[in-house]
Ligand binder design. Structure first.
Ligand code: C2E
Ligand code: CA
Ligand code: CA
Length: 798
């Protein structure tokens, strides 16, 4: 494989070296320009001067020569002594620069002409002179002088001079370059290498020069920088290795730094994560690419942190749950790199899934239990409402289970139930739900059958018959062949009009029809049964009237902490029906929720509770009590819910910190951001929040962490069987542990027995509500209850 890192280092070194080469070349060019150019100009102008001087010299020489010659020739020419004149001229011709001497008489007729034309190698200079004797002209002499020799001599002089100059220049250049190389360039290259090492995080070398010049100063400062960097680096390492989370720094697409914790989380040896590509930490390339895209978006466009819970990969290839969050070092420059924090949340996830498993699956058959079925049914209704496709609910009861159980023992019964569960699962599609309600009751939820009612009924009938056939086959139990038959009741659903409980009731009724028809058969819910549900409509009407006539009253159920102190009450609404007397909310609240009547009713409850808080403010016994008010999903999801609460608080003058709103877990499914916003607004005012029926819904612990809650309320269904059912006890225990870890207080509701309270206390739960202390009471009775049991002198629990 290509070692990109090594190639990059080598390239940087070459580039640095080249920078210094270019510096030396620059210096050479500058020196040439600064020294050589004036020298060349000097030589050229010298050459010019030399020529002028040579010309001058030759003129002077010629003048001297001709003056001398005319003096000595005047007499012989006068006497016409040609012989003597010839001798004198010959003597002058000894001078090798003289090319020709011409002597002429007074009429300019030549008398004597002596010449050496071969001496003419340069330019000829000519001069005339009269030959005068005793004031009279005896004739003329003309001399031609060649300057060749003189010029040759002066050129020779100049060459020597130029060589000396060039020699001096070269020597100077060499000396300066040597000085520059050893004193400047080489040290600079060394300093560059040093700073590159620093940049690569290598703090082991130091410069340590004793120079006092600028370069020495620079070296000293680099050394100081190295010490500072090393100190900062050690500090950073100490911090990184002591934070209780994995920290990874990524730049240029590779991990530049990973602390000990990160190495431990991902199972790498110390130091071995450096240089790793981040995609190695992901389960697949696709996962990596998807996360990278999302992270890029939130870092560069939204300029924020990116956080996610996901499964990642350890060095040994195993997967684990992690919480990861990251941010860019410089949001405007992605090249600056990013820093990532990892937390191993495997244990939390395992606890979460264990809770879910215990809470949502039947331990015997591993089928969804009633809770999960109800949840799925709720979603099925919503989606059927949207798709306008019919679904069906099949209620299956084994005909002779009790006999088999009693005759052959529970183990055989369990074995049969497991086989039934298995066969039921094979009779339906993957997306359908097979649930066990308990005992020998199973429910199957078929979704998306058809938009045509008739066709849907036919499909549901097919499945039912398939089930009949499958369950009629013999069962192998303890090496014996046993037989069992089912009775099946079917009801169809298409929209939201029926409540979940009603649907189940209808299927149940149809199942009883099947039993009545001789068992081992299928029956559909029919019109006769439908009529019975007409009561419901009547009740809805009554409820509407009741709201107009204000036939409601609030009851208060005490909430007590383990020291026996009454800390608050839960407000529970009662319908004082003119004919039926007191009607339980369990009967009319679901109806009010479906019909929307919960909005005016909920408003009344909230207002009444707040008036009570305001009124207790003046009563020293009750002033500290909080009132918990149940809020329905529909009510809470109203856009103006926060305003409604604010208005009520303002109108009644109630202290908001005495008000606690009970939300149910099941309402946290959708639009979690809106829920958080509303809760945060109210919380800022002092209003408290309790999560009711906790453990029965399917809330992710991740979301739970984000909600500004004060309290978790263990659902009474777990408390009821806490002493007998290990599953329920385990859930209660888990809720208390969860409350502790999220820093929430935990209250148990439906506490009827001292043993239950003691058990809960051992788990660490210290607040209770239930019949053990008191049923919900009308206001007057509540005040009496306080006076009788809660006054310090007659405390209920100690
Ligand atoms: P919830 O909020 O879970 O209230 C607790 C229910 O358990 C109350 O029933 C209470 O009377 C009952 N309970 C308390 N202690 C014990 C006990 O020790 N043993 C048993 N077996 N039961 C106990 P209630 O008053 O019939 O209310 C039923 C449900 O109606 C409430 O359940 C709540 O969901 C709803 N509800 C009541 N009042 C209101 C209201 O004002 N607004 C809304 N939205 N819902 C309300
Ligand atoms: Ca409640
Ligand atoms: Ca509850």
């Amino acid at each position: 494989m290509l070692d990109l890192q090594a190639i990059r280092t080598r390239w940087n070194a070459i580039r640095a070296a080249f920078q210094f080469k270019s510096l030396s070349i620059g210096i050479v060019i500058a020196m040439c320009a600064g020294l050589l150019l004036p020298a060349v100009i000097g030589i050229i102008s010298l050459n010019h001067l030399r020529q002028e001087k040579t010309n001058n010299d030759i003129e002077l020489y010629l003048n001297d020569k001709i003056a001398l010659l005319s003096n000595s020739l005047a007499l012989p020419v006068w006497n016409y002594d040609i012989n003597l004149a010839n001798k004198i001229a010959q003597a002058s011709l000894q001078d090798r620069q003289v090319v020709r001497i011409t002597i002429s008489d007074t009429k300019h007729d030549p008398i004597l002409n002596l010449e050496y034309p071969e001496r003419n190698i340069g330019t000829l200079h000519t001069a005339w002179h009269e030959l005068i004797l005793n004031g009279e002209i005896a004739g003329f002499v003309k001399v031609d002088l060649d300057d060749g020799l003189m010029i040759q001599q002066s050129r020779r002089d100049q060459s020597i001079y130029t060589y000396i100059l060039l020699g001096q220049f070269t020597l100077a250049l060499i000396l300066i370059m040597l000085a520059l190389h050893y004193r400047v360039l080489k040290p600079l290259a060394a300093l560059t290498r040093f700073s590159n090492q620093l940049a690569d995080g290598d703090f082991n070398h130091k410069v340590g020069w004793q120079r006092t010049d600028e370069i020495g100063h620079l070296a000293a400062q680099l050394d100081q920088m190295r010490r500072d960097l090393q100190a900062a680096f050690s500090e950073q390492q100490a911090i990184l290795n002591n934070v209780p989370a994995g920290v990874i720094f990524i730049r240029d697409g590779v991990i530049q730094l990973a602390n000990l914790h990160a190495e431990a989380i991902f199972g790498y040896e110390q130091g071995s994560m450096h240089g790793l590509q981040p995609k190695e930490l992901y389960l697949s390339n696709d996962q990596f690419m998807a996360i990278r895209e999302r992270a890029k978006l939130s870092m560069t466009v939204l300029l924020g942190r990116y956080a996610e819970e996901l499964r990642l990969k350890r060095f040994d290839g195993s997967a684990f749950w992690a919480r990861m969050s990251g941010c860019g070092l410089d949001p405007h420059n992605p090249q600056a790199g990013s820093i990532w924090v990892f937390e191993d949340i495997s244990e939390r996830k395992a606890a979460e899934s264990e809770i879910n498993n215990l809470a949502f699956y039947d331990p015997l058959t591993q089928l969804p239990n009633r809770r999960l079925l109800l949840d799925r049914l709720k979603h099925a209704l919503i989606s059927s409402n949207r798709s306008l496709k019919c679904g069906a609910l099949l209620f299956i009861d084994l005909d002779d289970f009790k006999t088999l159980n009693d005759t052959f023992g529970h183990d055989s019964g369990d074995c049969l139930l497991q086989q039934v569960a298995q066969r039921l699962t094979t009779c339906v599609r993957q997306d359908d739900t097979v649930a066990r309600l308990g005992g020998d009751e199973f429910v199957i939820l078929l979704e998306d059958l058809s938009s045509d009612m008739q066709e849907a009924a036919a499909l549901a009938k097919n499945v039912s018959e398939k089930i009949l056939a499958a369950l009629n086959q013999s069962y192998q139990i303890d090496k014996h062949e046993r037989y069992s038959t089912p009775s099946i009741g079917v009801t169809l659903f298409i929209d939201h009009n029926e409540s979940i409980e009603e649907l189940l009731k209808r299927a149940d009724m149809a199942m009883y029809e099947a039993k009545a028809a001789g068992r081992n058969t299928v029956r559909f819910f029919d019109q006769k049964m439908q009529d019975m549900l007409m009561n419901r409509a009547a009740m809805e009407d009554g409820l509407r009237q009741a709201i107009i006539k204000a036939e409601f009253q609030l009851y208060y159920q005490p909430q007590i902490i383990s020291t026996g102190i009454l800390t608050g009450v839960e407000a529970l609404v009662r319908w004082i029906h003119p004919q039926r007397g007191l009607v339980s909310p369990a009967e009319f609240i679901p109806l009010a929720e479906e019909s929307g009547l919960i909005l005016p009713l909920g408003h009344w409850v909230l207002k009444t509770a707040c008036e009570q808080i305001a009124s207790w403010a003046n009563n020293k016994d009750m002033a500290n009590l909080s009132i918990a008010v149940n809020v329905s999903a529909r009510q809470f999801h109203q856009a103006d819910f926060v305003d409604e609460v604010l208005n009520i608080i303002e109108q009644t003058g109630a202290n908001p910190s005495r008000l606690k709103l009970e939300l149910t877990e099941s309402m946290l499914i959708d639009d979690i951001e809106d829920i958080i916003t509303k809760m945060t607004l109210l919380k800022a005012l002092g209003v408290g929040f309790s999560l009711d029926d906790f453990g029965t819904g399917y809330s992710s612990l991740y979301y739970l962490k984000r909600l500004p809650l004060d309290q978790l309320k263990i659902d009474q269904s777990f408390v009821r069987n806490i002493l007998s059912d290990a599953n329920d006890a385990a859930i209660a225990k888990m809720v208390v542990a969860l409350g502790l870890s999220l820093n929430l207080n935990v209250i148990a509701e439906g506490v009827e027995l001292e043993a239950q309270r003691d058990y809960l206390a051992r788990l660490g739960c210290h607040a209770y509500q239930g019949y053990l202390f008191s049923k919900p009471l009308p206001l007057h009775d509540l005040e009496a209850f306080y006076n009788e049991k809660m006054r310090p002198e007659n405390k209920l629990v100690s």
